[in-house]
Design a protein around this ligand. Sequence first.
Ligand code: Z5A
Length: 213
Amino acid sequence: MKKNSSSAKFITLEGGEGAGKSTSRDFIVSLLSDHSIPFVHTREPGGTPIGETLRELLLSKKGVPPSVTTELLLVFAARAQHLHETIEPALAEGKWVLCDRFTDATYAYQGYGRGFDLNAISTLEDLVQNGRQPDLTVLLDIDPVVGMERARLRAELDRFEEEELAFFERVRAGYLSRASKDSRFEVVDASQNVTAVQADLAAILQPLLEGGG
Ligand code: Z5A
């Protein structure tokens, strides 16, 4: 695995619909700021002009939907540019990177959700990431029934959010399966109230923050 030349950390946030990623991201941003840690906050798909254009294509409900292969390649195309233009330069400058979703989302959505071959995803991951992996991945885990209810109350649903419940059950199972096999994951019970979720996040981040200011 590629190591950062500095103590800068690469942190990713993952979870299904309505898990509270935006809410948690804002809280982590405040923790980093309170500790005077230089950081970049970014997201996938997106994070660069090319990536944001690809994001619009991926989330759009207009026209013929992309095939699963097209969807997968667009996600990795956006990620290649994101690593090149945003993530790697920031880490090289000693800035932490807080990223809303990364490759675990590809395994969860395109792999477990849509049924794309996990080995093919792994091949693209190797090609695009050149060994780069997050130092910490916070998985906000929630029952999709609860999460979708939150998402529906929040805003108009995008193309992914209009999938059936079984799809989100597979996405959740995929995330939990990956989390059970890799120590970089911390799983947070996202069905708790915001105060309890934030207390968990603070406890998870504390060891990193102590060494990172
Ligand atoms: N995607 C993919 O398929 N493959 C990939 O490789 C990647 C992505 C990278 C866009 O992602 C889509 O891209 C995504 C998968 C696909 N699928 N969808 N949709 P996104 O991350 O931009 O979209 P999102 O999942 O909708 O994320 P979000 O906007 O951050 O939403 P959220 O997790 O639901 O967070 P939220 O807005 O903070 O919370 C939702 C609501 O719940 C909101 O009203 C909050 O006030 C409320 N909330 C938050 N926390 C709580 C608690 N604890 N209690 C009660 N209510 C709460």
